[in-house]
Structure formats: C-alpha cells, structure tokens
Design a protein around this ligand. Sequence first.
Ligand code: G4P
Length: 288
Amino acid sequence: MIIDWYPGHMKTAREQIIKALPSIDLFIEVLDARLPQSSANPLLEKLRGNKPCIKVLNKKDLADPEVTREWVSFFDSLQGVKAIPLEAKDRRDVGPLPKLCRKLAPNRGGKGQRPLRVMIVGIPNVGKSTLINTLAGKKIARVGDKPAITTCPQQIDLRNGILLSDTPGLLWPVLADKDGASRLAASGAIGDNAYDSPAIALTTADYLLERYPQFLLQRYKLTERPASPSHFLEELGRRRGCLVGGGEVDLTRAAELFLRELRSGKLGRISLERPGEVNPATEAPAEE
Ligand code: G4P
C-alpha cells in the first residue's frame, strides 16, 4: 500500500546524530500531536542515551486535546523526558521552551556556564523549521535550501544561553508497521505519490467512524452513521460531486478530498492514535 522506504536516509541520520552527539546537551524531538508514536523514529531513543529530551507534540491545534493530555502523561513517565504540546507558530506556546531546556540541563546555559546546545530532531513535515523560526524570532534559511558552496556549520544563538544546531536533525519515518504507516500517510507526512489514497482514506474512515463519528456526520451532513468506510466514501463522493461519467463515484477524488479536509482540521480536532492502543514503534529493518 505504501511504496516508499528510507534505509539509506536512515543510515545518514544515524551517522549525523552520532557525529553531533558529543556536543549536544539536549534534544528537542518534534512529533505530530495527532500521532506521536508513529511520527517518532525509535533511532533517537536508541542513540540519545541519558541525554534529556523534550518531546514537542506539535500541531496541537489539529489534535484531540483529551488524547494529547494522555500522551503528555505517557511521555512524562519516561526517564529524562518532558512532553509539551504546542503550536509551533504561536510565540506564546513556544515561549516557555528555553526555560524548560534549562531546567532539564541545569549545568548549562547559565551565568559562567557554557551554552546549552540543543538539537531539534524529527521526521519531515512535523514542524521543525517552523519551531526554529519561532524560537529564533526570524526566518532561518535552512542549510539544505542554500547552494552547497555557502553551507558551513553554524549555530543559531538564541541569546539566552542556548545554541540551536543549525539544521534540524532529519530522521525518517519508519514504515515497517503497516498501521503506523497508514496513519502517517493520513496526516500528510508522506509524499502523495507514495501511497494509494482510497486505501488510506478507507482505513482512516474506519477509525474515525469508531472514534469520532459525530465529526463525519456533521461535516458531510449525513443523517445516519454509514454502515462501513466504503459506504462513507461513496456517500461523501456523491455529496461533493466527485463523480465520473455515468454518475459513478470517483473514489480517488473522494479520498483525496476527505484526506485534505482531515489534514486541514476541517473535520475537527482529531487524534489518530492513543497511548496503549498502538504498537510500540519498531526498529527500522536492517540497513544495507
Ligand atoms: P519540517 O521542518 O519538520 O519539515 O516542517 P515545517 O516547519 O516545514 O512544517 C510543515 C508544515 O506544517 C507547514 O505547512 C507548516 O506551516 C505546518 N505547521 C507547522 N507547525 C504547525 C502547527 O503547530 N499547526 C499547524 N496546523 N500547522 C503547522 P505547509 O502547508 O507545508 O507550509 P506553509 O505554507 O504553512 O509554510
């Protein structure tokens, strides 16, 4: 169903993190609040050792607040971890982060101490760059965006005793777990060409019919709960004019519309997984 795989990228990520490790005091791992487990890469937990880690549950504006609270309790029970839900563009949300960093690494960043070195890590599209820009108070050009000739390692001095690593540590989603991969695709973290929209829409609709049926009824003005995910997608297609010649529903268009509306929050604040309900993130398969 999902055709992309990242073993080469995973190897690069591992090498980059290992290289940076000695100089890093603390990690900020950016996760998608709607799917904190599936948007995490277990490589970080494996490599960070006992260095503290702040798990940022980003895009909290799109996630179910009650489920996000469950995730915060879940992560806070882990050794050396503190979780914080936020919206990376919102300065009020991001404001407390530096203080939290200092609390978790108390011997760094204070008067007479060496700066606290922080690396922001996460899979693509979870909001790392947005968070860095908000922390820095300006738009930071990503090293990857510049011509190769001008790139050199730099750090972003937040002028509060904290140095951010210049580029976000790019991890890659682990697609080994079929259900987790499907949730990642539903969230928009995986490129459109890498999955089959109707299949992802059906799996997601199945979960939403179970967990958030009222959102689907309201958004698509359905009078009764559809008997199955395929009935739902058919009905949505008919109501939104996703039709092909002969009046049949174009399932691909209906699926794309549904996923677009889910991702933009039009259906409501929805979480795609809860603690205890999903398999623990699995290690990536062997690298070549
Ligand atoms: P990355 O560096 O981890 O790859 O992620 P990036 O900051 O580029 O953010 C990916 C997308 O997520 C962007 O949307 C960004 O605006 C959005 N985003 C980041 N934080 C939040 C948040 O807290 N809430 C919501 N709702 N969205 C967030 P985009 O459409 O790809 O780009 P843009 O047009 O918004 O710039």
